[in-house]
Design a protein around this ligand. Sequence first.
Ligand SMILES: [Zn+2]
Length: 331
Amino acid sequence: MDLIEDGPHRLDVSEHMPAGPPSRRYVGVDVGGTNIKSVVLEMAPGRAEVLRQDQCPTEGDTPADVLAQVATIASSLAAADPSTSALGFSLPGAVDRRRGVTGVMPNLPGAWPGTRARAAVEDLTGIPTALINDARAFTLAESRLGAGRGLEVVVGVTLGTGVGGGIARAGTLFEGASGFAGELGHQILYPDGELCGCGNRGCVETVVNSRTLTERAGLRTVKEVFAEAAAGNARAVASIAGYVDNLAIALANVHALLCPDAFVVGGGIAEAGAELLVPLLERIRALTTFDQPLNVQVRSAALGPYSGAIGAALIAAEREGHEECLAVRSD
Ligand SMILES: [Zn+2]
């Protein structure tokens, strides 16, 4: 089953399906610093299908502009299909999902802390709305429908301008007491290190990010870094090794706390595939002396670039109390 194909695709989740309600449609919108991706997801007992997927550039200079754009996209998708039950959207930063209020958004324009983002989109669209952090949306989608499907404990890791994360157990997010569980990019590695977008110093993502990877290699793009490393460029090789070393410390720490079945790794930098994931697993293994032979797997994400939007649609379904139609485990 190829889940990475272009165009609308069907996600077969037919194993162990309980009888459930008839099909429902949800809009999922994934807001990134550069692009906004959207899907219409149809869910029924044993079946989830992406009916439509789209992307456009993120526009505007303020939270109100970006939220208005989310509402416009969602409204137009919902108007095309009156059977839409709810919408979910994800944002690339701190989100208090229960209150629908945002914290810092380092990669979006304007001042986001304290913004009642969920209510704003709900008021503009008139559609029941859910809000989630983008890496948590990725983790939910991959654990329920993608590379982590059927596994007990899955930690999602997104690698791009920074490091996002999420924790899922049996296809359900574990969010902790205040909803921030999974912020693995903000573990502190170097207490006297560089200032992070979150306000602390030396977080994982101050050293594990695309800018550091390219700068240390003396190259312009992540793709160039991996291509040059493959061609034997010593500076590119060293830059990747440094990136992997820091990320492996972060994930070994997570492993010590959670002992997951798998890390599911996505985001732009993960497109490097085995060139990144094989040495990463080796470094995690070397740092995890108490669990030998190491059981944890490092898997590539399976749902492609729309996984965040799919996760946002799943959260919309959950808000409406319909998540049971995609339960993935029989026990
Ligand atoms: Zn931080």
